[in-house]
Design a binder for this molecule. Structure first.
Ligand code: AMP
Ligand code: ZN
Length: 114
């Protein structure tokens, strides 16, 4: 999608600090980290939000979780724990309309979120 910053990151038009990439997903560090470890995993194809998931594209979510599993092991936070967050829509706090999963760890995280 033309004006989508995450599509631009996928295309290499905007730089990112990449952690992992394959044909379906890209993982990169969040530019404004909220925890010692804070990265994002996005599908390479433009899916606007969790609202846009259906039978045809939902398999990307299981792939994202497998990739997260691999990355958290490599970053050493698998055992200490972490949080996977998907913000959806205005009330959910979604600011980039290309579905993404935040992974936060490296410190104790409070619950519930504000
Ligand atoms: P959300 O508020 O759930 O839509 O999350 C969007 C996230 O994208 C925020 O945590 C931003 O800090 C992050 N972000 C925005 N632009 C970039 C960028 N160019 N590189 C890395 N992370 C970004
Ligand atoms: Zn996009």
């Amino acid at each position: 999608m033309e004006d989508c910053i995450f599509c631009k990151i996928v295309k290499g038009e905007i730089p990112s600090n990449k952690i992992y990439e394959d044909d379906k997903v890209l993982a990169f560090y969040d530019i404004s980290p909220e925890a010692p470890v804070h990265f994002l995993v996005i599908p390479k194809s433009h899916i606007e939000s969790a609202n846009s998931l259906d039978e045809n594209n939902v398999s990307i979510v299981s792939h994202v979780f497998i990739v997260i599993n691999k990355i958290v092991s490599e970053l050493g936070i698998a055992d200490s724990g972490y949080r996977i967050v998907n913000n959806c829509g205005e009330d959910g706090g979604q600011t980039v309309n290309h579905m993404h999963f935040h992974v936060l760890g490296g410190r104790g995280l409070k619950w519930p979120p504000g």
